[in-house]
Design a protein around this ligand. Structure first.
Ligand code: WT7
Length: 652
């Protein structure tokens, strides 16, 4: 990043101090940074004591064979016991664990005591199906309580789970079953999506016709929608309600080694086949439990926590299942989409359950901005006290809107940076400590070492940009890529010697705070200047007529790449308005400098997104460069690209 454009980009000057009352009773204070700095491993050893171990670990980190880490290696514990049974033993059996809200409006309230019975029965059921410790179980379910129960049942018997997001195709499911060599698949007849039942079981049936899935012995099927015409393979398929319901309600959890595999979760990566990210038991649970406690300031006796992610993503694993439940939280689990049956559905849920902590993604915040301020204004959101964001850089305007219109201008907003690979939150403000800056994840958490380096792996000075790296191992780090140690080394540990390369561009501001700039593949080269797509997008979104923007660099004979922007206008703005494009270009020029002015700006109705909410810039680049579109199978809605292409002016 050239220095003159950086100077322009660091203009965000709004600051928000922690609310005094929150700071006064915060779970974690500034002291934690000091403690971790004085004795990093001692700090993590202390956090490990948040958990109940059958055998307390005496070792903290074994880094004798880097980058293959072992944490708490001589300790033994059971994850499900930590997330469920110990709370019941502590007299909290009547506390609500899950407030489930189905998309059609059906609800279930599940206490910790009930969760213990459900998980115990499911653990017996898996054992009856022949699942043993170490066997992999694929889980392909909608956002229903059985998804949480199934994960915990696997953890209870030491069978690593591999969740496959319910929106993925039979192909994606087959590849993942094959790579992990899964023995059992847990699925449902279907789930609800935008008011309609949507089938899941047929995709499982199709996936199991593909080569490499022959080792799947059983398919356990939850009845959710009751839809007709579900195919059935005798001897392989079993109804959950038939098998699980008749099992004993008591089950003795067995302890596993701290490094026993807990789950595999596939992440797409830019090229090649999906990477099976492997997480293990003791270090993972330590870090997700601690970070959930620290970053959200969870008070389990009074808070109602809601993470809107799908359990099929790492956010759901760490901050719906393992983090919150290990902390004895009460949480909301919602099956559906934010706009079904109306665009106020989320805010209605916050009001109904008195949600105090909300954790969501920038894409959802921008959608709510686009739908209009008047929608959340109709609901009582005064219970909220901490708001979180994750998944991509949050544009400062979206951050400020979130705080103001959802958080009533009271709540801290914590922008949390992490990855499937990191397992838990790594960089984030602490709500009772950090003076926040809209758009910045700011500081590594206590016990975490992150910085920004240049091409030669040298740490950049404050005020400069480069690549985000993690310089010390952390408890919830991935242990390897399932079945492919070499790819683990090549992908993360070869770019900069001895440092974990995250693949994200980042900069440090004059205070040394970290700003994430998107994947390094999303940096454009325009007339010799590096310009990040994120920053041009944020500049566009800060214009009152723009709700959302996606920026790509398209090959250009004069300038190497030319900035091409796709924008969604806010309600009320007119795409045909004369001078609109010029006005937006001038606005970006003023915010970031003339070099960052987009060459082309195209108002569009929708943007192509993956199901985890990331904009697929690769496809927009194809459009901008007039190429045939690449693979669209991971889009939430593949018709979006047809729509965009039909709106394009003839090749310009
Ligand atoms: C990538 C990881 C972590 C759970 C969800 C995504 C981007 C994530 C932030 C943030 C800027 C962010 C990064 C990262 N990302 N959080 N707060 N600010 N960027 O998990 O699918 O593994 O994606 O998401 O680019 O590398 P994932």
């Amino acid at each position: 990043m050239s220095n003159e454009s950086l100077a322009n980009l660091l203009k965000e000057e709004r600051r928000f101090a922690p609310p005094a009352a929150l700071a006064a009773s915060a779970n974690v204070t500034a002291e934690a940074y000091e403690q971790a700095k004085a004795d990093r491993l001692g700090f993590w050893a202390a956090q490990a004591r948040r958990l109940s171990w059958e055998t307390e670990p005496t070792e903290v980190l074994d880094w004798s064979n880097p980058p293959f880490a072992k944490w708490f290696a001589d300790g033994r514990l059971n994850v499900a016991y930590n997330c469920v049974d110990r709370h019941v033993e502590n007299g909290l059996g009547d506390r609500v664990a899950l407030h489930f809200e189905g998309e059609p409006g059906d609800t279930r309230t599940i206490t910790y005591a009930e969760l213990q019975r459900e998980v115990s029965k499911a653990a017996h059921a898996l054992t009856e199906l022949g699942v043993q410790a170490g066997d992999r179980v694929a889980i392909y379910l909608p956002m229903i309580p059985e998804a949480v129960v199934a994960m915990l049942a696997c953890a209870r018997i030491g069978a690593p789970h591999s969740l496959v997001f319910g929106g993925f195709s039979a192909d994606a499911l087959a590849t993942r079953i094959n790579d992990a060599d899964a023995r059992v698949v847990i699925t449902a007849d279907g789930g609800y999506r935008r008011g309609k039942p949507s089938a899941l079981k047929p995709a499982v049936d199709e996936a199991l016709t593909r080569p490499g899935t022959e080792n799947v012995r059983s398919v356990l099927v939850v009845r959710r929608t009751g839809q007709e015409g579900i195919g059935w393979t005798e001897g392989r398929d079993v109804w959950w309600h038939e098998l699980v319901e008749r099992q004993p309600e008591e089950h003795t959890p067995q302890a596993f080694d701290a490094e026993h595999p807990l789950f595999i979760l596939y992440t797409s990566g830019t090229t090649g086949k999906p990477k099976g990210i492997l997480h293990t038991t003791g270090g993972y649970l330590t870090q997700v439990s601690y970070t959930h406690h620290a970053v959200f300031d969870l008070k389990p006796e009074s808070d109602v926590f809601w993470c809107t992610a799908d359990v099929g993503w790492v956010t759901g694993h760490s901050y719906i299942v393992y983090g919150p439940l290990s902390n004895g939280a009460t949480e909301v689990l919602y099956e559906g989409t934010p706009d079904s049956p109306h665009q106020g559905r989320w805010w209605e849920i916050v009001q109904k359950y008195g949600v105090t902590i909300l954790y969501t993604a920038p894409t959802a915040i921008r959608a709510a901005m686009k739908w209009g301020d008047d929608i959340p204004a109709k609901f009582d959101l005064s219970s909220l006290r901490v708001l979180g964001s994750v998944g991509e850089p949050i544009n400062p305007e979206a951050w400020v809107w979130y705080r103001k219109h959802i958080g009533g201008d009271r709540t801290p907003v914590v922008d949390t940076w992490w990855q499937t690979e990191t397992g838990g939150i790594m960089i984030s403000p602490l709500p009772g400590v950090t003076e926040t800056k809209p758009g910045s994840a700011q500081v590594p958490l206590p016990g975490i070492a992150a910085t920004v380096v240049d091409d030669e792996a040298r740490e950049v000075p404050d005020g400069s940009g480069g690549y985000l790296v993690l310089t010390e191992p952390w408890p919830s780090m991935l242990r390897t890529i399932w079945g492919d140690d070499q790819r683990y080394l090549d992908t993360y540990w070869s770019r900069f010697e001895g440092k974990y390369f995250a693949g994200d561009g980042a900069k440090k501001d004059d205070d040394g705070d970290i700003w994430l700039l998107g994947r390094v593949d999303d940096v454009m080269l325009v007339s010799g200047h590096n310009i990040s797509t994120t920053e041009v997008e944020s500049a566009l979104v800060s214009h009152p007529k723009v709700a959302e923007a996606a920026v790509v660099g398209a090959t250009d004979p004069q300038t190497t790449q030319a900035i091409c922007a796709f924008v969604i206008l806010r309600g009320g703005a007119d795409a045909e308005e004369e001078g609109l494009v010029e006005e937006l270009r001038a606005h970006v020029g003023k915010q970031l400098g003339p070099i960052a002015k987009p060459k082309r700006i195209l108002p569009v109705a929708e943007l192509p997104k993956t199901r985890s909410g990331k904009i697929m810039r690769r496809l927009l680049r194809d459009v901008a460069e007039h190429r045939t579109l690449g693979d669209v199978t991971t889009l939430t809605d593949s018709s979006v690209m047809d729509l965009i292409q039909s709106q394009l002016p003839a090749a310009s």
